[in-house]
Design a protein around this ligand. Structure first.
Ligand SMILES: [Mn+2]
Length: 478
């Protein structure tokens, strides 16, 4: 007889009796066998737990429950020598949970009626996405969660030498947001929202399958400290620069857009509050020079730090921290934005403190397409304005999820009514095919404010998938 301990059985006084799993017959027995009736009840709960690990459990489940309940009702609690039904129930529940939790450690298949041999199983084949759901293989809702089922890679560790064309990078940062925080959970929220997407699936309106053109990997999240934004943003800047400095998996005929003439990977960053765009722009500007930014947002984000325009708690000479509303001002100061107002905001509708904000915005280097333009000129008109603005420049796309109407994307830091629908943003993005997208980010997704159905996270993930389609459609050649 081969026993395997799976947890406490029942408490008698202060003493715990242990519960054992009989590996041969798949029944549970109580050590010491102090309470025959309790043993019967526990045995049935246990066999229920074990049944759940087996493929035939559905056929057995109802019988097991029926039997267990029957015995429970017939039982007089006084026989059990335990404090009462509560304690009994807790003891049994815990034992069942233990049996579940430990299930992976032993083969629970019954040796009498099947021939499972884990050692000989081809798990690569068994979990292959080719088999898909109908055979019980890898499906959209199981397996490791990466963005759009891209390949997981330890980009900064053991897999640092593996080549790729696009790195998805999480930037879990929300300590420079002005209203609702929570975007630190954005990266994994967006990944979860993208579980039904795949880089190996066809984007029908774009007529592209990303994996035919690009090797996309998910590098996980950059560790970003929460006590010092300057340090956190430096952590992201260094990580982003490390990814960008690599040589891409694919090379193309023609001259690379990069200053060094090589083909580098592109980074799709999942934020994070919008402040992260500053270190990310430093990265792409380092490789390609100043870039034209297409900024989808309900706010302009070019504001001068307030301490520069009136009194502030900062001491004279103290560095004014960048926020999710001023990062473009710093980007302009640092020369990261393409000159001659070849940068554009799309979807703007937030209130202003002063009309001077628009003057400052123009000085920073942007032109503005407002959210209500969709009513006036339609998605085609907006696409035309974007393309006229950025021309043939290298383009960086940064998309604040609050560009979408809060009815379709409520989980964000600073929602504004009157935004684009998800259908409209898809049409606008699809209209940008051919632009040379050197990098992109999707920011301000704060899953804590999302609905149970993950509506914002699904929207953000789909937008990321469209952007990957744009990257696939235009190699970075001059
Ligand atoms: Mn923003």
């Amino acid at each position: 007889m081969n026993y395997w301990e799976i947890g406490p059985c029942v408490t008698v006084g202060k003493e715990h009796r242990n519960l054992y799993l009989d590996l041969e017959y798949h029944t549970c027995i109580c050590a010491l066998e102090v309470l025959p009736r309790a043993v019967i009840v526990i045995a049935h709960f246990c066999s229920l737990a074990i049944s759940l690990k087996r493929t035939t459990f559905l056929t057995k489940l109802s019988l097991r429950i029926k039997l267990s309940l029957k015995i429970l009702f017939r039982l007089r609690w006084s026989y059990l020598n335990v404090a009462g039904p509560h304690e009994m129930f807790l003891a049994v529940s815990f034992a069942v949970l233990q049996a579940f939790a430990s299930g992976n450690q032993v083969t629970l298949g019954n040796p009498h009626d099947n021939k499972i041999n884990a050692g000989a199983t081809n798990f690569t084949k068994l979990f292959s996405s080719d088999l898909f759901a109908e055979t019980g293989g890898k499906a959209s809702w199981n397996g490791l969660t990466t963005f759009a089922a891209s390949t997981p890679l330890r980009c900064f560790g053991a897999d640092a030498d593996e080549p790729y064309d696009v790195a998805v990078l999480g930037a879990p940062f929300d300590t420079a947001t002005s209203y609702r925080p929570g975007a630190r959970f954005g990266p994994n929220g967006i990944r979860q929202g993208g579980r039904r997407l795949g880089v190996g699936r066809i984007n029908v309106p774009m007529k592209v399958k990303v994996s035919d053109y690009l090797n996309v990997v998910d590098c996980g999240d950059v560790p970003m400290v929460f006590v010092d934004n300057k340090v956190a943003l430096r952590q992201l800047e260094l990580s982003n620069a490390a990814l960008l400095s690599k040589t891409g998996a694919k090379s193309y005929a023609g001259k690379s857009l990069a200053k060094d003439g090589k083909f580098h990977p592109r980074v799709l960053t999942l934020g994070g509050d919008h402040t992260i765009t500053l270190p990310l722009l430093r990265g792409v500007a380092g490789v390609y020079g100043p870039v034209s930014v297409i900024h989808f947002d309900s706010h302009i984000d070019t504001w001068k730090p307030r301490s520069m325009v009136d009194d502030s708690p900062w001491l004279p000479g103290e560095e004014i921290p960048v926020t999710h509303g001023s990062y473009f001002y710093y980007a302009y100061q640092e020369g990261l934005l393409a000159p001659n107002n070849s940068n554009i905001h799309v979807g703007i509708r937030g209130a202003l403190s002063s009309w001077d904000d628009y003057e400052n915005d123009y000085e920073v280097g942007f032109v503005i397409s407002h959210a209500w333009d969709i009513e006036e000129v339609g998605w085609k008109g907006i696409v035309k304005q974007i393309r006229d603005t950025v021309g043939d420049n290298p383009v960086y796309i940064t998309l604040d999820i609050d560009v979408i109407d809060p009815g379709m994307a409520p989980a964000t830091g600073t929602p504004e009514i009157g935004g684009f629908s998800t259908r409209e943003i898809k049409k606008i993005l699809q209209g940008l095919a051919g632009l040379k997208i050197v990098g992109a980010d999707i920011v301000e997704v704060a899953p804590g404010y999302d609905t149970q159905d993950e509506i914002t996270q699904i929207a953000a993930a789909n937008i990321g998938w469209e952007i990957l389609g744009l990257m696939a459609k235009a190699p970075l050649v001059v």
